[in-house]
Design a protein around this ligand. Sequence first.
Ligand code: IMP
Ligand code: MG
Length: 181
Amino acid sequence: MNGDLLDISYGEGAIQERVRQLGCELAADYAGKNPVFIGVLNGAFIFLADLVRACEFPLELRFLRASSYGSAAVTSGVVKLSDSVSSLPLTGRHVLIVEDILDSGVTLSRIRELILAESPASLRLCAFLDKTASRQVPIEADYVGFSCGPSFFVGYGLDYAERYRNLPYIGVLKPEIYGGT
Ligand code: IMP
Ligand code: MG
């Protein structure tokens, strides 16, 4: 285990098993609909890469970049979006937004607004981790890997100041690393 972590909350095996199950759930809902999965960069890149390989049906991929944290461990509440989807034809498409973690909900709400303006046929949200008790705006994911507590997690795409994304498991970062208590 990486020495900056307090524990391993979700090991590689548990992650892969859950992703496989999500792929089956998505197949039941999306097979034959040629959905567009939109990955929220940077955090979702590893989850999305695993998820699409667990989805045995035709789909398309897009990416959107969002950032709200900078290098702090607490959300700034201001979401910066780039690689706007407005130039992409999402009208009439079945869209699934894929996020690493749903926390305050500010990021996904903003992205949802943006995509809804494109008049998709449907829009659903998929988050690998869901900090269910941390919501500041009302939004829920339709597909969730694991519901988790309010700790600060890293690994499997999740970062602190751009580090730890490459860990193949998810763990809680020691508070002294980010100046927390
Ligand atoms: P929200 O807008 O507060 O829901 O935050 C969503 C974004 O914050 C996620 O896409 C992550 O990039 C980041 N985030 C939230 N919680 C964590 C965490 O525990 N570890 C790493 N990043 C996090
Ligand atoms: Mg993110």
